[in-house]
Design a protein around this ligand. Structure first.
Ligand SMILES: Nc1ncnc2c1ncn2[C@@H]1O[C@H](COP(=O)(O)OP(=O)(O)OP(=O)(O)O)[C@@H](O)[C@H]1O
Length: 258
């Protein structure tokens, strides 16, 4: 199945893909969404991102794909500090990140196939390669029959799968996905998780925001858990909190270690 992803020259990977140091975020004059968040994601790791509705999952992802800057603190992606970097340098960092947005953000005037091909065309990949890889990936996510359909004629779950195919097609160094299985049934959700796992085996660092207890229990990846402005890293097997940072964060399942 790894064959559905394009082969590409391996990029130099830093040992740590993502590092947050004392990151705070507030919108306008509202309350702080995050207070002094510290964590890092080793390159090639796979984490779920959890937390109650409104805890800040989408906000954390938007900091990671550089849609907004933190109010304070430092964020390093692939060894580069990005909070103070010049705007002109951001696109080069962004090109290494694949994002599945909660609202899909597809281009309605393009077919499913052309939506998925877009990142490859931007990267200058040949049409021959695009014809070889895009239909195969769309078939794999169950959209063989819908390749030429435009998003407005498709269901929410079908649009979601186009968005996922578009995010993974160029084998990004970091994949961020916001509720990527929110609109599909269990069978397809499991298939999509396996797609992310295959991508991860090829070296992509993966972070998936989800509310799905079913997926969390079945796949047992470590969790970044947001609560009360803080962030905890939760061990998948014991549910034990390995690190607890930030304000008012409460442990999940057990008391934190002394
Ligand atoms: N653009 C914005 N302007 C002002 N406040 C915002 C903005 N985006 C998010 N918020 C606030 O930030 C907090 C966290 O929102 P966020 O969408 O990140 O949470 P979430 O965990 O992703 O929620 P859900 O699971 O419901 O998608 C909420 O209180 C929300 O109202």
């Amino acid at each position: 199945m790894a064959g559905i992803f394009r082969k590409q020259r391996d990029r130099r990977q830093d040992a740590v893909a993502v590092r947050f140091e004392a990151v705070g975020l507030r919108y306008g004059s509202g309350p702080e969404i995050f207070t002094d968040i510290d964590f890092s994601l080793p390159s090639g790791s796979f984490h779920f991102l959890t937390g109650a509705s409104g805890a800040g999952k989408s906000s954390l992802l938007s900091l990671l794909y550089l849609a907004q800057r933190p109010t304070r603190g430092s964020i390093t992606l692939f060894g580069q500090e990005v909070t103070s970097v010049h705007r002109q340098e951001l696109p080069a960092v962004r090109r290494r990140i694949g994002v599945v947005f909660q609202d899909f953000r597809l281009l309605d005037h393009l077919s499913a196939l052309d939506n998925v091909a877009l990142p490859l065309r931007v990267a200058g990949v040949s049409e021959e390669e695009i014809r070889r890889h895009v239909p195969e990936l769309l078939s794999w996510v169950g959209l063989r029959e819908q390749m030429n359909a435009r998003p407005p004629t498709l269901s929410g779950g079908q649009k979601q799968r186009i968005a996922i195919a578009r995010a993974v097609i160029s084998r990004p160094d970091l994949l961020l996905a916001d509720e990527p299985t929110g609109n599909v049934d269990d069978r397809i959700a499991t298939r999509l998780l396996h797609l992310f796992i295959e991508l991860n085996k090829l070296g992509t660092t993966v972070l998936i925001a989800t509310h799905s207890e079913g997926l969390i229990q079945r796949f047992r990846f470590p969790r970044l858990h947001l609560d009360g402005g803080g962030l905890a890293i939760v061990d998948p097997v014991t549910e034990e909190v390995r690190a607890l940072v930030g304000a008012e964060s409460t442990p999940i399942g057990r008391e934190p270690r002394p």
